[in-house]
Write a protein that binds this ligand. Structure first.
Ligand code: FE2
Length: 287
């Protein structure tokens, strides 16, 4: 089969939302316009230098049936759960948390002169792993390989493989790729993505074209935008007068029914009811 580039399927302008105890952020997956992008359930982008936008944070709340991936670009997020885990996610760090059968935690952005910036992505778990034991992969910035290409392109590999270098996050059901890519002005970047996997780019600095080699005259897409990519074997990104920085994320779709209620994502409404009953009875997190 001929190798095919992935064309743009949809371009989405993020919705401003207020979440947690009053954190302002931009949401591009998990909205009325785009409920989910199987296996991805939510993508939030937070960025502010005003403590009023983020200091209220995300006090104690539960999760079940999903993974939450927190990537901090600037500032720090303090986290703590009722299982006894705690720590700080600093600039450049990633926390890939598999909530599985349940965790109850708080996530509090720290008030600092540099403010806060980063992302949270929710990845769905397949039915057989929804009640798995919770697992944390806390990755410090220095453990994330950075590929530097001769043209000035830089890629941080959180999970997945670029030029035979693999990221430190492993053992994730969706077999995801999660890259932070910088492409300087007047350059182009090509990255293979497994055919059949869902893929998107989230442009958070600068601008680029994502139209592939047959349509290099395609539209310049400026930040902040979610670019949903159609199927194919690779993505090609071309810059003009300005550089671009974006997340490039892909994963294997589950094709399973989704029953969603806030921080719980299961397969059936009965499983949601069961979860709510456990919360009421105080048996939600037992170990
Ligand atoms: Fe959370």
């Amino acid at each position: 089969m001929k190798s095919a580039h992935r064309q743009i399927e949809t371009i989405i302008e993020p919705d401003p939302v207020v979440e947690g105890a009053g954190v302002r952020l931009n949401r591009s997956i998990g909205t009325r316009r785009l409920d989910h992008l199987d296996p991805f359930l939510l993508l939030d982008h937070f960025e502010s230098n005003d403590p009023h936008d983020y200091e209220a944070g995300f006090p104690l709340h539960p999760h079940r049936g999903i993974e939450t991936v927190t990537y901090v670009l600037r500032g720090a997020v303090q986290h703590k759960d009722t299982l006894g885990n705690s720590g700080r996610i600093g600039a450049g760090d990633v926390q890939w948390m598999t909530a599985g059968r349940g965790i109850m935690h708080e996530e509090m952005p720290q008030v600092r002169p540099e403010g806060i910036a980063g992302f949270q992505l929710w990845v769905n778990l397949p039915a057989k792993l929804k009640m798995t034991k919770p697992r944390y992969q806390d990755i410090r910035s220095g453990e994330i390989p950075q590929i530097k290409k001769e043209s000035g392109i830089r890629v941080r590999v959180i999970t997945g493989t670029v030029d035979e270098v693999s990221g430190p996050v492993t053992g994730i059901a969706a077999n995801p790729t999660y890259l932070d890519v910088f492409v300087p002005a007047h350059a182009s970047f090509i990255q293979p993505i497994h055919r059949g996997h869902t893929a998107f780019a989230y442009v958070f600095e600068g601008e680029a074209k994502f139209a592939g080699d047959e349509k290099e005259d395609g539209a310049m897409i400026s930040h902040p935008r979610l670019v949903v990519l159609g199927d194919g074997d690779y993505v090609k990104v071309v810059t003009g007068a300005n550089p671009v920085r974006f997340l490039l994320v892909s994963g294997k779709p589950l094709h399973e029914p989704i029953a969603r209620y806030g921080p719980f994502v299961m397969n059936t409404q009965e499983e949601i009811e069961q979860t709510l009953q456990e919360l009421r009875e105080g048996t939600f997190v037992t170990t």
